[in-house]
Design a binder for this molecule. Structure first.
Ligand code: SF4
Ligand code: FES
Length: 247
């Protein structure tokens, strides 16, 4: 948790308030706050106002405030959102904030992301350079591999997709949508020397074939990625081979 003064230059609005119900560490102790509106107001502004003016013990996480670090993810009215990027609108009179589901709660809105990052680590989430490369690789922006990689590249490890995935929630050994999405970007990359091995490791029973295409991951992703689509591509590669790679 980080407590600090909101740096927003927003002006107070006309005196109306937002009622916020927030989950606390003790599930029996949800707390309600009435928070004066400012305009514009993000969910993170609202949490900071509560922490500063009403309850300094409220636990939540944030860091970058620009949608890049993924630490501020929580559920607003049941849906996973980035608190720093989600606006409190004029229609939001009552808000319900909860920690991400499917992960152990550390305190209030703070969850333990260890299960998520353990699955992430399983796929060797970094490029393993091919030994043949002696010169910097050139991959044209219009190449077919770029078309596969680019739309799936902006993952910020926020965990929203993993949290929203009913399969990951039910079976802890599922690699999960974020790690499978990352695996696709590496398997499609011709500079990666571990593509075949990586494809085999993510298309077992605990990987791409475990998915039931509920599509909650894609619906939840605050960066607009399509992990369900990535899983579909991994399945196709498992059946038909990686384009331009001898199986
Ligand atoms: Fe978050 Fe989207 Fe990455 Fe999942 S794929 S961790 S929802 S940014
Ligand atoms: Fe970094 Fe919200 S604080 S994504």
């Amino acid at each position: 948790m980080r407590a600090s003064t909101s740096a927003t230059s927003a002006r107070p609005s006309t005196g109306s308030t937002v009622r916020v119900s927030i989950a606390r560490s003790d599930p029996a102790s949800r707390t309600e706050f009435d928070v004066p509106r400012i305009e514009p107001m993000m969910v993170l502004d609202l949490l900071l106002a509560i922490q500063r003016e009403q309850d300094a013990s409220l636990g939540f996480r944030f860091s970058c405030r620009v949608g890049m670090c993924g630490t501020c993810t929580l559920r607003m009215n049941g849906r996973s959102v980035l608190a720093c990027q989600t606006r409190v609108t004029a229609d939001d009179d009552d808000l319900r904030l909860d920690p991400l589901s499917g992960l152990p709660v550390v305190r209030d809105l703070i969850v333990d992301t260890t299960p998520f990052f353990e699955e992430w680590a399983r796929i060797t989430p970094y490029l393993v350079p091919t030994t043949e490369l002696t010169e910097p690789a050139v991959i044209r922006p219009d190449s077919s591999e770029r078309q596969v990689i680019d739309p799936q590249l902006d993952c910020i490890n926020c965990g929203a997709c993993y949290s929203g995935c009913g399969i990951a929630d039910a079976r802890r050994d599922f690699i999960g949508p974020a790690a499978l999405n990352r695996a696709l970007t590496l398997i499609a990359d011709s500079r990666d020397g571990a593509r075949l091995e990586r494809l085999r490791s993510v298309t077992g029973d605990d990987g791409a074939w475990r998915c039931r295409y509920i599509h909650a991951c894609t619906a939840m992703c605050p960066k607009g990625l399509d992990p369900a689509g990535a899983i579909r591509k991994l399945r196709r590669m498992a059946l038909e081979g990686i384009p331009n790679v001898d199986a």
